[in-house]
Design a protein around this ligand. Structure first.
Ligand SMILES: *Cc1c(COP(=O)(O)O)cnc(C)c1O
Length: 237
């Protein structure tokens, strides 16, 4: 194995241990939590190395990177987790099977049209803003995206009714400066209400390198991990 492959293997082992411990602490079964490796800014060789170690789910937050990497590794399940312009919907639908960041009606329409055109079914998660849950950010206005919890039912109905789309659940990023416990507890409430209307929408995509334990404690089914697996990112220009 190359040095890099060794490093990724060690990181993956540590991450698996963190997830396992968090599941134990939360009284949850390990197989309730799925790992999505966020490979943004890292080369496709890293994606291949992770795949060789058994990682199946990978995610990107920029359409430009997704469309280059995904065709190189078509056997993996590709997730899109970033802000998405409607005009990039077709490219994202072509290259990913899950979109975690659905946050407006116009995007639902664009994704639906693209999915029908590509003859695919795309699983859509509603990105929820957690600014209302005990955050310092609400005051500063430094939002991290997503719809207000009160807007979730309407957007959910639109996704559920759209051709080519499947309503998968919710996604969130804990607000900067907030207590992730409070934020993810709020997300859990939003997810429970959604599931009572749409039983199949049972995914909670929450938890990153800094806060995966809090997310798992509050019901995350998909943790999105970048730095813990791949190391520090160099910002893209
Ligand atoms: C980059 C990113 C992640 C991974 O963050 P880390 O802190 O590197 O684990 C998760 N979710 C989204 C939406 C991201 O953009």
């Amino acid at each position: 194995m190359s040095d890099r492959a060794n490093e990724l293997r060690d990181n993956l082992l540590q991450v698996q241990e963190r997830i396992e411990k968090a599941c134990q602490a939360a009284g949850r079964a390990r197989d309730e939590v799925n790992l999505v490796a966020i490979t943004k800014t890292f080369p496709v060789s890293d994606v291949r190395a992770l795949a060789a170690l058994g990682v199946r789910d990978v995610g990107e937050n920029r359409e430009q990177e997704l469309k280059v990497k995904a065709p190189e590794c078509p056997d993996l399940i590709w997730h899109f987790v970033g802000q998405l312009q409607s005009k990039k919907a077709r490219s994202v639908v072509r290259n990913a099977s899950v979109v975690h960041s659905v946050d407006r009606s116009s995007l639902v329409e664009a994704l639906s049209k693209a999915a029908v055109g590509e003859e695919k079914t795309v699983r859509c998660l509603i990105q929820v803003s957690l600014a209302a849950y005990g955050s310092a950010e609400a005051a500063t206005g430094a939002g991290r995206g997503g719809v207000e919890p009160s807007a979730v039912p309407e957007l959910a109905a639109e996704i559920a009714a759209a051709d080519g789309l499947e309503l998968g659940g919710v996604m969130a990023v804990a607000p900067l400066g907030s207590d992730p416990e409070e934020a993810f507890a709020g997300l859990h409430d939003v997810a429970s209400r959604l599931r009572s209307e749409h039983p199949g929408a049972d995914w909670i995509s929450a938890g990153m390198t800094a806060d995966l334990e809090a997310a798992i404690k509050h019901g995350a089914t998909h943790v999105r991990l970048g730095r813990a697996l791949l190391g520090t990112r160099t910002p893209l220009g």
